[in-house]
Design a protein around this ligand. Structure first.
Ligand code: ADP
Ligand code: MG
Length: 250
């Protein structure tokens, strides 16, 4: 199990009181699995990712990343855990305007203290895997929105994270480019065995993911699409073999 959230509650200060953003949420994401999180604006999706990324410490509950319980770790240890195990893709690409696509990725290796020569070849290999082999030396203003988002994703994978957290990667893209980015995330997850959580509010993008959860008012529920054949079970069948396998994977 690469990512495990157990009984997470998160509140924010709200006037004189507290606003409950996450209400006793539990979620397990095995390696090589994409979980999509859908839900209305303000329901807690970004908060969920921030807790999973160890960027926010919840009021209660436990976050385990790549087998490490994070409760009790100090800021330095958490930063190190994030650098080596967590890739985060925010909604806006936040690329550095003066760097080429390859250099955006190489910076990540540099920050993690990795070999710079190896970093160049790894950056080129990753850009190739997101379909940008020929754009490696372009700067952000020379790339389309979809291409910038793919650089953003490749950058998050630079240090071989075991957990990949992606916040609404398709919101700035048209439907077709959005679907292509989702398909890319799914294939990268399966190839690289990351535990991936993707927040999206475009339900047309859920087809390719392994599992979907819904977030409403800080609570998480399993999503059961009506038209998905795998979810139609014969009456009286007690056990869903697919669900059983993912529950028992460690
Ligand atoms: P979503 O990503 O689903 O839109 P968020 O996780 O951003 O939801 O927000 C969940 C709730 O928490 C919202 O009511 C939002 O206003 C509130 N919230 C988010 N971040 C903060 C913050 N830093 N301080 C106070 N309230 C926040
Ligand atoms: Mg959000």
């Amino acid at each position: 199990m690469n990512l495990r959230l157990t009984d997470i509650t998160l509140t924010y200060p709200d006037g004189a009181g507290r606003l409950t953003a996450l209400d006793r949420i539990s979620l397990e994401v095995p390696a090589g699995t994409v979980v999509a999180a859908v839900g209305p604006s303000g329901s807690g999706k970004s908060s969920l990712l921030a807790v999973a990324a160890t960027l926010i410490t919840p009021d209660s509950g436990s976050v385990t990343v790549a087998g490490r319980e994070t409760r009790g770790l100090g800021p330095g240890a958490l930063a190190e855990l994030r650098r080596s195990h967590v890739g985060v893709v925010f909604q806006q690409p936040n690329l550095l305007p003066s760097l080429t696509a390859a250099e955006q990725l190489q910076v990540m290796a540099h920050l993690a203290g990795r070999n710079p020569r190896r970093a160049r070849s790894r950056a080129l290999e990753l850009l190739d895997s997101v379909g940008l082999a020929r754009q490696a030396d372009r700067r952000p203003h020379q790339l389309s929105g979809g291409q910038r988002q793919r650089v953003n994703i490749a950058r998050a994978l630079m240090n071989e994270p075991s957990v990949l957290l992606v916040d609404e990667p398709t919101s700035a893209l048209d439907r077709e480019r959005g679907a292509a980015v989702m398909d890319l995330l799914v294939s990268l997850t399966h190839e690289r065995s990351t535990a991936t959580v993707v927040v999206t509010h475009d339900r047309s993008h859920l087809r390719a993911v392994d599992r979907t959860v819904e977030v409403h008012d800080g609570r998480l529920t399993e999503h059961r699409p009506e038209h998905h054949p795998e979810h139609h079970q014969k009456e009286g069948l007690q056990e869903d073999p697919v669900a059983h396998r993912s529950q028992s994977a460690t």
